[in-house]
Design a protein around this ligand. Structure first.
Ligand code: F0G
Length: 355
């Protein structure tokens, strides 16, 4: 059908909704799966990018938020709360506005990208900057959700995971089966949990229809080196990375990420900020996909494994790029030469352009 109703309607039978559930949607999902020519050339694999920045608020969070806000409304909530490194707050603010709910967000002071701050504010969220990191914000939000009449919409809310698992469904629906390898950036570890759940569920027949997938991929997660607790096996008290979206030292879904890794025969590795920025520029210049720095961790990780000689050629690989580059344009601008100013003069323009 040329009409996309949003992911809840599209995958209704595999989601916890009934006929009377009041669906809150911005027509999220159905994001492009783009063949990655240069990455395929470099790795000898068949690499695709799942471009989640094409969602309504510019990140994969919309998949989880359409479900979380829908269920909050169904359960009679008046207000929702989240902790965020920026994208969750942008998405929660938008879906809460759509549903007429109050939205409270707690963000680490000075550590979220400008575009994301703008989104939370323009959609009317009550935003508090906390003098702490994301992990402090999540602890605070969880406590407030216990002590006050406000629903938590972080990915510890299972409805978020239910919505986000639909990205795996879409990939299988396009490719005809699961890929061999799926690469993701990992922060709070909700998304790798959701993808793994989605891939597993799609191996089961449902409502009399045959199973859409015959197998599951190996799950490859990548954390920023300065915020890689799952890799080192210890909480990081003061996480640091330029990829602010994944600046997290104590992921809520840590155990589930380990299960996704181990049950799929996968891996979770660290990538440096330098490698993240190199992948960020490569994506923009060669694949023409503009992502935010955290999103490039999946691609940085794939290239790192390939360069270590640990990626067998000929495999089908999907890298999720989680958020739109416009959210955090600072890195695009600071990495490029300053634009030259010219008078209104064709000869001057031609000289500068080397024509
Ligand atoms: N990429 C982006 C762009 C993100 O915003 C996040 C998480 C991740 C990757 C990691 O996903 O947490 O499920 O492992 N952002 C959260 C937020 C923490 O508050 O927006 P995860």
């Amino acid at each position: 059908s040329p009409f996309w109703p949003g992911l809840i309607e599209a995958y209704r039978s595999r989601l916890p909704v009934s006929d009377s559930t009041p669906v809150v949607t911005l027509r999220e999902g159905a994001t492009p799966l783009v063949p990655a020519t240069e990455l395929s050339r470099r790795t000898g694999c068949d690499v695709h990018l799942k471009v989640e920045g094409a969602n309504p608020t510019g990140s994969f969070k919309d998949r989880g938020m359409t479900m979380a806000i829908t269920k909050a409304v169904e359960e009679g909530a008046q207000a929702v709360i989240c902790a965020s490194t920026g994208n969750t707050s942008a998405s929660a603010a938008a879906y809460a506005a759509r549903a007429g709910l109050v939205c409270a967000v707690l963000v680490p002071q000075g550590k979220i990208a400008t575009g994301k701050l703008a989104q939370a504010l323009v959609h009317g969220a009550k935003l508090l900057q906390v003098q702490g990191n994301f992990d402090d914000c999540l602890a605070l939000a969880s406590k407030l959700a216990i002590d006050y009449p406000v629903s938590l919409v972080n990915s510890v809310n299972q409805y978020r995971i239910e919505g986000q698992k639909t990205a795996s469904f879409e990939i299988v629906d396009v490719l005809g089966d699961a890929p061999d390898i799926h690469c993701l950036p990992v922060g709070n570890a909700g998304n790798i949990t959701a993808y793994w759940q989605g891939y597993r569920e799609y191996c089961h027949s449902h409502d009399g229809a045959p199973a859409p997938a015959t197998r599951t991929p190996r799950m490859w997660g990548f954390q920023a080196a300065g915020a890689a607790p799952i890799v080192t096996g210890a909480v990081v008290e003061h996480p640091t990375t330029i990829a602010t979206a994944i600046r997290i030292g104590n992921p809520a879904s840590w155990t589930k990420a380990l299960a996704a890794r181990d049950d799929s025969g996968g891996r979770i590795d660290a990538v440096t900020d330098r490698a993240i920025l190199a992948a960020y520029r490569l994506l923009a210049r060669t694949e023409a996909v503009f992502v935010e720095p955290a999103s490039a961790a999946s691609v940085a990780g794939l290239l790192q494994v390939a360069e270590a000689g640990e990626l067998e050629p000929g495999q089908r690989v999907v890298c999720t790029v989680t958020g739109n580059g416009l959210k955090d344009p600072e890195w695009a601008i600071s990495g490029a030469p300053a634009p030259v100013t010219i008078p209104v003069d064709a000869a001057a323009a031609a000289a500068e352009l080397g024509l």
